[in-house]
Ligand binder design. Sequence first.
Ligand SMILES: Nc1ncnc2c1ncn2[C@@H]1O[C@H](COP(=O)(O)OP(=O)(O)OP(=O)(O)O)[C@@H](O)[C@H]1O
Ligand SMILES: [Mg+2]
Length: 321
Amino acid sequence: MKTNNEMLLEVEGLKKYFDVGNGKTLKAVNDLSFGIRQGETLGMVGESGCGKSTAGRTILRLYEPTAGSVNFQGQNIVKAKGSTLKALRREMQMIFQDPYASLNPRWKVEDLIAEPIDIHGLANGAKERKMQVERLLDRVGLRSEHARRYPHEFSGGQRQRIGIARALAVNPKFIVCDEPISALDVSIQAQVVNLLQDLQREMGLTYLFIAHDLAMVKHISDRVAVMYLGKMVELAESEELYANPKHPYTKALMSAIPVPDPDVEESKERIVLTGDLPSPVSPPSGCHFRTRCPFATEKCANEVPIFREVEPNHWAACHYA
Ligand SMILES: Nc1ncnc2c1ncn2[C@@H]1O[C@H](COP(=O)(O)OP(=O)(O)OP(=O)(O)O)[C@@H](O)[C@H]1O
Ligand SMILES: [Mg+2]
């Protein structure tokens, strides 16, 4: 993928806390700072509940952040109001894991895809609206007669194509893809990934691509961020992260990916996670990962590791990285 060093989006100190009753706070997103370059795909991985979707939604301000800023081409979306916010929203879209749940079953595909066009007033009259919908259908590999059908008439992969067409309708620059292929049959996953990559090339899109496991994001991502309990623990170029993981949690995730070569598989450093994922309402002191880390020391219990650049362009939050 063609990227340059210019940041399209810069996230600084982003936090999203949820009040979960009894005076308790769940720190779903706990102080994220990173940038996404123009034209790149940044993969974001981590176990269920580590805050990936919350991060994606807070970046788009679908959730009000508890703290922090999100600068999109120099404009802070957290502070934006009225028409500025609306204009920013048009640039930033989301594709969801479950396309069926995100599509109103009583609407025809035509109206589902045209909804964002209508909201942003992007079509001059019914004819132009129809033409735009047809162009979008074509772009995502569906046919114009699909416009008059309802979501239940489509397969999972086709529904995700409808979701993608909806996101593209406003001609955005940035899309949060929140596990867009996790719910699809394995045979369909590659098709949807290829479509997203083609669209990226044709339209110069920038993606935040959220996934459960490292294997899934490896090929799509220019860089990969690993999340654990609301924090980023590692961030590096995709190749570099796989070849040279620095954080024990990343190494543990990597241990779970089988390598085809038996010699490599046998000699691979293997870290097996022990213990359960702690509750994000009461994470461990110091390093949140220490309760499952085979290398944890007293320092890890007492000091929060700083997310630092351990090698050029390779960031990790571990005292011993
Ligand atoms: N609206 C909410 N109110 C309270 N807690 C929430 C809310 N949304 C998310 N959470 C909690 O925040 C944490 C992060 O959730 P999130 O959905 O962002 O994780 P995730 O990494 O996307 O998980 P998954 O891989 O299962 O999609 C979880 O503990 C979740 O229970
Ligand atoms: Mg999620």
